[in-house]
Design a protein around this ligand. Structure first.
Ligand SMILES: [Zn+2]
Ligand SMILES: [Zn+2]
Length: 64
C-alpha cells in the first residue's frame, strides 16, 4: 500500500506512479529505474550489478 502524497489515493499496487494522478512517488529505497546501494546509499543507474562506489552487489540473489 502506497499513499499518494499529492492526491491522497491509497494505491494497492506497489507502483512507482499514482494510479489516479500519475504523481511519481519519491524513491525511498525502491525505484524501478535506479538502484540505491544498500551499503552506502549511492544512487546507481539501473543495470549495474555492483555499486560504482563501494562495489557492493546491488541485486542479491542474482549473483553468479
Ligand atoms: Zn495521486
Ligand atoms: Zn555502495
Amino acid at each position: 500500500m502506497v499513499t499518494c502524497p499529492r492526491c491522497g489515493r491509497e494505491n494497492e499496487t506497489r507502483s512507482s506512479f499514482c494510479e489516479r494522478c500519475l504523481h511519481e512517488f519519491p524513491s525511498d529505497g525502491w525505484d524501478p529505474r535506479r538502484l540505491i546501494c544498500p551499503e552506502c546509499r549511492y544512487d546507481n543507474p539501473y543495470g549495474n550489478d555492483h555499486c560504482e562506489r563501494c562495489h557492493e552487489p546491488l541485486k542479491p540473489g542474482q549473483t553468479e
